[in-house]
Design a protein around this ligand. Structure first.
Ligand code: MIG
Length: 687
């Protein structure tokens, strides 16, 4: 049951696709306080209420005890105190005696104080008086989330090749470097499906250009890589370089497609290309125009993109630099005033992404002029939309890979996301684990973090453990920053262990893809907190570092250094499978309760639920070579069970074709359980 309450005159966010009638009743559950013309909502929580939601946010699965601010922010230093990351996902769901969800449909900033100021009080503070609140009632948090997902529409569906292992690094400078990356993976027998092109592939950081010096015959190179089984995935930045003669710049200027300052001139920020204009993604024409530009790369054979810097991130503006300069000049060495010294420092470190700059430019929302900060959270989302809608036109029958850094609910229908600039820290592996279910709640199913960490230097052990979790995330990409230790697997010591772990992923892809596709089509989650299935288990309710992945398995990733294993809580009897490689495994039936499970750093444990089965295919070097005519089945059951594997060609969009649903069954056959399927079952491991 969803009720809609409109405040003021909200800007259309495009988040909701199933219309809900405006309720005539006063809002329920929330009390309102008016302060300076703005409304703050209060909700009183019970001691053991859990608050789910907020998608790409800091902290745990339960969001209690902290303040979160939805304001898309380029935050490469994701320490525990940070309130804003790259996404703005304004859904919170209370789970307890009362189960209720609130979606604050708002284009600008919203602050959630979830028991920080006062432990049992949740305050929700939209930064404007124009927004919509959806109040969702349901039997459980999970039920509320399913209703919410239905309301916001089906999630973006990625091509199956994007479930392969992907290698990225900011600083692959030219064709030869990429050839080397591919060759070294091949030589080490490490499967690989994609290599990313970061900003250096462009000519002078100009969107939709390719440096001729670094890539003399780009279409031929794309083809060469495709023949090696590799997809190249170029980055597209939000900003357009100011450079007379550059087509994108000239067109944007001529047709008034850039964001403007109050005086009507095009707004300028300093980003990678130097002086940069921001396309006005809030404008339909600008979206169509920018979207159409992806065609030039698609025509070169490109089948996937990542959209970056679309918060939008700004290094500086002229105003900011001038203010800082004036401050520096006025700073007198003789005056020993500590507060002025700290201000001096902040003037310089605070040059990037200044609130003042976000307040100094405007969008033309199809006739309505809106100041940027009022629609800040929609900017990146509308860049994703621009690309997604263009792909529908250019390649209506083909899935193009697309994911973005900035996002806001609604953009989940056009693309996935990656969680931006994390660090090679164990705490960020843990953050990645805890964030996945929350992202799913908000509709982001094709998602993942930079495996191994983007900033800082990764260690062999951290990478192995991170991959041990990454083999379950749809986006499985190793990405790192220029200047950090090279963290391609072959640069972290003996490659055997990496090969083994990544090979597990390739035998899991049919299952993962199947569960992902079913989750997309049924507006469900791929990563589920234990509490969503084991509803009457009070301990399962508190577990944040284990989760269900699809219907058959539970995972309990290891995220501590020097660990030889970890404690795992089993909400029911399960079959432990410890993978040493795709083919080498050990099994153990474990009873409900708490256990210490050992897994060396080159091993990955997973748990098969009681009366469930897991189909595995033989591992392969890439998804092109994946053979899904034969399966091995691991099942933990003593009764008849069934599993429906969703399988299609991985690239077209005929999702509902009945042929896509393949049945696997374990059946009693004259007193013995055996496997039945249209597929060849090469082995049944029955427990
Ligand atoms: O200012 O393109 O999050 O993945 O490698 C940094 C360079 C810009 C930020 C992205 C990161 C990417 C990097 N970009």
């Amino acid at each position: 049951m969803i009720k809609k309450f409109v405040y003021g005159n909200p800007i259309e966010t495009n988040a909701v696709v199933v219309p809900v009638e405006v309720s005539g009743d006063p809002i329920q559950y929330l009390s309102e306080i008016e302060m300076n013309g703005k409304i703050i909502f209060n909700y009183e929580m019970e001691n053991d209420d859990i608050v789910y939601g907020l998608g790409e946010a800091n902290g745990g699965l339960n969001k209690r005890g902290a303040v979160y601010r939805s304001f898309c922010t380029d935050e490469p230093n994701q320490t525990e105190d940070k309130a804003s990351f790259y996404g703005a996902h304004n859904l919170v769901v209370i789970s307890g005696m009362i189960n209720v969800g609130f979606f604050i449909d708002c284009a600008g900033e919203v602050t959630f104080d979830i028991g920080y100021t006062s432990y049992n009080m949740m305050n929700i503070e939209p930064g404007t008086s124009d927004f919509t609140v959806y109040v969702i009632e349901g039997r459980s948090a999970y039920d509320i989330i399913r209703q919410f997902r239905e309301m916001i529409g089906r999630s973006y569906i990625a091509p199956e090749w994007a479930f392969g292992y992907q290698q990225s690094r900011w600083s692959y400078m030219n064709e030869d470097e990429i050839r080397e990356v591919v060759k070294k993976h091949k030589d080490a027998g490490i499967p690989l499906d994609a290599v990313y092109l970061d900003i250096d592939y462009m000519d002078g950081y100009k969107d939709f250009t390719v440096s001729e010096e670094r890539f003399p015959d780009f279409p031929a190179f794309v083809k060469e890589m495709r023949e090696e089984g590799i997809h190249l995935v170029p980055i597209i930045d939000a900003g357009v370089k100011v450079e007379p003669g550059y087509e994108l710049y000239e067109e944007g200027r001529q047709y008034q497609l850039f964001c403007k300052k109050a005086d009507g001139t095009d707004f300028v920020a300093g980003v990678w290309p130097g002086k940069t204009h921001f396309p006005d993604f809030m404008n339909t024409g600008a979206r169509m125009w920018f979207g159409s530009k992806y065609k030039s790369l698609i025509d070169c054979g490109i089948e996937g993109f990542w959209n970056d810097m679309n918060e939008p991130a700004m290094f500086y503006t002229e105003d900011g630099v001038n203010e800082a300069k004036a401050y520096v000049q006025s700073f007198d060495f003789e005056t020993n005033d500590p507060s002025r010294f700290f201000e001096l420092k902040d003037k310089l470190t605070g040059l990037s992404n200044r609130r003042k700059d976000y307040e100094s430019f405007f969008h033309n929302m199809d006739g309505k002029i809106v100041r940027h900060d009022q629609v800040h959270n929609l900017y990146g989302a509308n860049m994703t939309r621009a690309a997604g809608e263009a792909f529908e036109q250019m390649a209506p029958d083909k899935r193009i890979l697309l994911f973005s850094r900035a996002s806001s609910i609604g953009s989940h229908r056009y693309g996935g996301l990656w969680t931006g600039d994390n660090q090679s820290w164990w705490s960020h592996l843990k953050l990645n684990i805890k964030m996945m279910p929350s992202l799913n709640m908000c509709g982001y199913l094709y998602s993942g973090a930079d495996l191994g960490g983007f900033g800082c230097n990764c260690t062999r052990e951290l990478m192995l453990r991170w991959l041990g979790f990454g083999i379950f995330t749809p986006l499985m990409r190793n990405h790192s920053a220029i200047g950090t230790r090279r963290q391609e697997c072959y640069n972290l010591g003996d490659t055997e262990d990496f090969r083994s772990i990544i090979s597990i992923r390739y035998s899991l892809i049919p299952y993962l893809y199947s569960e992902y596709m079913k989750a997309c089509m049924k507006n469900d989650m791929l990563f589920k907190p234990l509490a969503f299935e084991y509803t009457s288990d009070n301990f399962a309710r508190t577990v944040e570092d284990q989760m269900l992945v699809g219907e058959s398995i539970m995972i309990a990733p290891i995220y501590e250094p020097n660990a030889i294993g970890r404690y795992v809580y089993l909400p029911e009897d399960m079959l432990l499978v410890v993978f040493k490689s795709s083919a080498v495994r050990r099994y153990q039936i474990m009873r409900k309760g708490m256990h210490y499970v050992t897994a060396a750093m080159n091993e990955v444990p997973l748990f098969i639920r009681k009366n469930k089965l897991l189909p595995l295919c033989r591992t392969s070097h890439n998804t092109d070579e994946m053979d899904t005519s034969m399966f091995e089945i691991i099942a933990y059951t003593d009764v008849n069970i069934e599993y429906t594997l969703y399988e299609d060609d991985g690239i077209s969009k005929d999702y509902n074709n009945p042929e896509n649903f393949v049945s696997f069954a374990i059946k009693d056959m004259d007193g013995v359980l055996g496997a039945v399927s249209n597929k060849t079952i090469v082995k049944l491991s029955l427990f």
